[in-house]
Write a protein that binds this ligand. Structure first.
Ligand SMILES: Cc1cc2nc3c(=O)[nH]c(=O)nc-3n(C[C@H](O)[C@H](O)[C@H](O)COP(=O)(O)OP(=O)(O)OC[C@H]3O[C@@H](n4cnc5c(N)ncnc54)[C@H](O)[C@@H]3O)c2cc1C
Length: 502
């Protein structure tokens, strides 16, 4: 087993996508980089787990813009992993399929802007101008986001004129048909229970990424982490698992070391944390930071986490679907008036891609956002001490979720061999994300500046990265990590290198 050195140029806390991308870029630049991961398995949300011989992804079901020349491809190409990933393109005619209540129509989001408009135009014949305005505005908004527009980006700061535009207000202005509003707002490109506060830039980044092209990982999402780690090691960087950081040491307002839970001390002049900012601050003695900064970061609202069912299916009973299926119990979902008594209000069902894919799937994953407040009673207990009432709660909620799924997939219960459950507490345990939040700190178009997290902190040598900075998701987290690394090596210098690799 490799031993850790006592000093590195840069220590990165957390091997989620944000930490790995920073690690790749900075080790390529010749820095001696050490990534410390608390779990046995690296990757954070890219981790997988195996039950009864079947691999399940935990925090990634599809990625966008992975055709050559597109945004994520350009970054992944620079990291040397784009052409090594095993991906399957989702249905071009409908990569996301959306349904509502008893309405039998399946509304489809197609790939390619023209096809996207055409497909929805056939269902909303009078709405061509609104649909065209929608796609034009998405593309215009994207152009205002520096790292979507690499050739001309001079820095990474988002235009303040973009930050305070709200997605839902814009969508409502396009048409007077609520169903069209909800078709455009559906498919997880808006925050659950904060649809009206979701910024347009965030919605546009996510939607644009998938309209460009939508892909599912084949066999497992941890291939992204595996390939990045391989390349980091080739460049001389080091990645250690089972290495939980307890404390970030600061002297004279500059970082100088980390202390691990096992007592090891490792020195570095630069430390990047890929851990949720509020959790990162807990690793620092409170007298080393301004009280106002701690208070602001700790009080920021987080997006809800997921309740997930991982189903193992009887052979040849449930078809492989080459799209994601989103269902909303009613249009009320988009008014943010959600209550745990009506849960679940929505679900996302998908069938993972495997090599040698047949007509049927062996597994199905079903996700539904769930408020955190019900989980507070168990949050300070270790996983094995949450007791019978936690198990009963999971069972009750699993049945409620399956009841809603039965409305769109009648008979699915009879096709299940067994299922496994994860809750926001599972994510809190595994990735240390605050409140098991799926997408981290909520960005609010009504109060935009408050929730933006900058990569450089007031402590010399301490940087933040990961999904909490600007935009969540695989593309958003990649962009955030490029921004963090650029604080150390220079923005235009790094962007030019990424462009030159094309
Ligand atoms: C259920 C779910 C489904 C999703 N689906 C998609 C999708 O289909 N497409 C998409 O684009 N995005 C998706 N996302 C979002 C995407 O997964 C995330 O935005 C992204 O992976 C976040 O990466 P990160 O590096 O910021 O954080 P994380 O992946 O949370 O990584 C943080 C890492 O830090 C480690 N860590 C924490 N504390 C310590 C410590 N003290 N010491 C050492 N290490 C520590 C954790 O163990 C973890 O490995 C999904 C998210 C969830 C939760």
């Amino acid at each position: 087993m490799r031993e850790k050195k006592t000093k590195y140029d840069i220590i990165i806390i957390g091997s989620g996508l944000g930490g790995l991308v920073c690690g790749y870029i900075l080790s390529r630049e010749g820095f001696r980089v050490c990534i410390l991961e608390k779990n046995h398995q690296p990757g954070g949300n890219l981790q997988t787990f195996t039950r009864d011989g079947h691999v399940f992804d935990t925090g990634l079901h599809y990625i966008g813009s992975m055709s050559p020349g597109q945004t994520l491809y350009t970054f992944f190409n620079y990291f040397g992993i784009a052409d090594k990933l095993r991906l399957r393109k989702l249905d071009e005619d409908g990569y996301d399929v959306i349904s509502f209540g008893n309405d039998p129509t399946n509304y489809k989001h197609a790939q390619g802007y023209d096809k996207f408009v055409e497909t929805l135009h056939s269902l909303f014949p009078s709405q061509h101008p609104g649909l065209k305005d929608y796609t034009d505005k998405l593309q215009q908004t994207i152009r205002a986001i520096p790292l979507y527009n690499l050739k001309h980006a001079s820095d990474y700061i988002l235009d303040p004129g973009v930050l305070n535009q709200c997605a839902m207000g814009f969508i409502r202005s396009l048409s007077d048909l609520p169903r069209l509003h909800h078709v455009l707002a559906g498919a997880n490109s808006m925050y659950h229970s904060a649809v009206n506060r979701t910024p347009l830039y965030l919605h546009a980044c996510i939607r644009n990424s998938y309209i460009n092209s939508a892909w599912r990982p084949v066999d497992s999402s941890d291939q992204i982490a595996g390939l990045l780690i391989e390349n980091i090691r080739i460049q001389g960087g080091e990645v250690f698992t089972d290495s939980e950081v307890k404390k970030i040491g600061i002297e004279d307002n500059a970082v100088n070391r980390v202390e691990l839970c096992n007592g090891e001390i490792i020195k570095a002049d630069k430390i990047i944390s890929d851990v949720h900012p509020a959790v990162t601050l807990k690793m620092i003695d409170t007298d080393k930071l301004r009280k106002a900064y701690i208070a602001r970061i700790s009080k920021l609202e987080n997006t809800p986490g997921f309740f997930t069912l991982y189903l193992i299916m009887k052979d040849n009973t449930f078809p492989y679907l080459n799209y994601n299926y989103f269902h909303y119990r009613s249009d009320d979902y988009f008014n943010d008036q959600l209550d745990i008594t009506t849960w679940p209000d929505t679900f996302l069902l998908y069938t993972p891609a495997v090599s040698g894919q047949g007509q049927f799937t062996k597994t199905v994953s079903i996700l539904s956002f769930i408020p955190y407040k019900d989980f507070r009673r168990w949050e300070n207990l270790p996983p094995d001490q949450r007791g019978e009432d936690y198990e009963e709660y999971k069972e009750k909620m699993s049945n409620r979720l399956l009841d809603l799924v039965e409305e769109r997939f009648p008979g699915i219960r009879q096709k299940i061999v067994r299922y496994y459950v994860s809750t926001p507490l599972t994510f809190k345990d595994h990735t240390a994300t605050k409140e098991g939040s799926a997408y981290g700190i909520l960005k609010d178009c009504e109060n935009p500046v408050r929730s933006i997290i900058l990569p450089a902190t007031k402590v010399k040598g301490l940087y933040l990265t990961g999904q909490n900075l600007n935009i969540h998701g695989i593309l958003g987290t990649t962009i955030n990590a490029v921004i963090t690394a650029s604080e150390i090596i220079g923005f235009r210098y790094l962007i030019n290198k990424i462009l030159d690799a094309q």
